[in-house]
Design a protein around this ligand. Structure first.
Ligand code: AMP
Ligand code: MG
Length: 335
């Protein structure tokens, strides 16, 4: 059965759909809703049975903890200790695409934290998300509303196509604006550690807070989610640095493959005839727009029957480039 979808004005969310969605959350159901990053799959964050439904609906490994979402920074005190560093970051970057991992007070069920003694918290800036969180007035656990491992959903159609009636309601607020997930920082210790690059640039965090962010190579130990292949379309995705591999893959047994191209410039490498198809070439005029459109483009290429997707490596690691490189790398990983 197709899921129930209710339109909501992303800037001035109507009270009707927000109240209905909050009611479902409070009674233990699942609601997908827009945030500024990607669509989230929300459940009551203090209800272990509701949280467990998220893992079932997404097919998410149980050892990958969930982020709790709040309508106001003060509400975080109930579930986590907030060190001065973290408080400063909340003042500077909330609401917005920055998630902080903090010491847990132990009230969040282990289904949400995957048994860790820390908890990840965020206050999104999307008006519809904020209205829903305020109305529900409980922490809302919400990972991206896709099937685990698939490209994250940046519109309601992507949620519906992945989750079907596994979700009780989808609030449709149109396309998301950032397009990649939040930046995750470990703020449990003296030293801030980057666990996942995302919509909030590390350079901006350092410049505005005056604090140093450690770009840890060992993040996988502390942030279970970063261990997994993720964001991957159903067709192979190769980075343009693998030009030779692309060229070889393009002509197995003499058949020309339909190769899709995504990036900021037309391909400099020869990819054969397949890439000439205009529907299989998506170009963006800035790294921000590349990030905003990436996941949607991967789904479009699948639908249009691409055999292979070649993605241009973002020219810079600065700003959103770090998150973009991370998502492309992980989408191109083999199982
Ligand atoms: P998602 O909600 O799927 O976009 O991913 C949430 C990310 O936050 C994953 O990479 C998780 O591993 C990470 N995360 C959530 N809670 C914690 C925590 N307590 N400690 C470290 N990482 C966390
Ligand atoms: Mg996700």
């Amino acid at each position: 059965m197709p899921p129930r979808i209710l339109p909501v004005d992303p800037w001035n969310p109507q009270p009707g759909p927000i109240a209905e969605a909050a009611e479902i959350l409070l009674s233990g159901g699942l609601v997908a809703f827009p945030t500024e990053t990607v669509y989230g799959l929300g459940a009551h964050g203090l209800d272990p049975r509701a949280a467990a439904k998220i893992f079932a609906a997404k097919g998410r490994p149980a050892d990958n903890p969930l982020i709790l979402h709040f309508a106001a920074p003060e509400a975080v005190d109930e579930v986590a200790l907030v060190p001065p560093n973290a408080e400063r970051l909340m003042e500077l970057f909330w609401p917005g695409p920055l998630t902080l991992v903090l010491p847990s007070r132990g009230v969040v069920p282990l289904e949400v934290t995957s048994g860790l003694d820390s908890v990840a918290v965020r206050m999104p800036s999307h008006p519809a998300a904020l209205a829903l969180l305020a109305r529900a007035n409980v922490p809302v656990a919400a990972p991206s509303a896709n099937s685990s491992g698939r490209p994250s959903p940046t519109d309601a159609a992507a949620v519906a196509s992945d989750l079907g009636d596994g979700v009780d309601l989808i609030l449709d607020g149109g396309e998301t604006s950032v397009g990649v997930e939040s930046t995750v920082l470990d703020a449990t210790g003296e030293q801030l550690v980057l666990l996942r690059p995302g919509g909030c640039a590390v350079e901006e965090i350092e410049a505005r807070s005056g604090m140093k962010v450690l770009l840890s190579g060992g993040a996988a130990h502390r942030s279970p989610g970063t261990r997994y292949r993720h964001y991957a379309p159903r067709v192979p995705l190769l980075l343009d640095t693998d030009a030779e591999k692309i060229a070889r893959a393009a002509e197995p047994n003499g058949r020309t493959l339909r190769i899709a191209w995504i990036g900021m410039h037309a391909p400099e490498i020869s990819l054969g005839e397949g890439v000439a198809h205009p529907g299989l070439r998506i170009l963006f005029d800035s790294p921000e727009n590349y990030a905003r459109g990436l996941f949607h483009a991967l789904r479009v290429f699948e639908e249009r029957g691409a055999d292979l997707i070649a993605a241009q490596w973002p020219p810079s690691e600065a700003g959103i480039g770090r998150a973009l490189r991370d998502r492309l790398t992980r989408a191109s990983m083999k199982e």
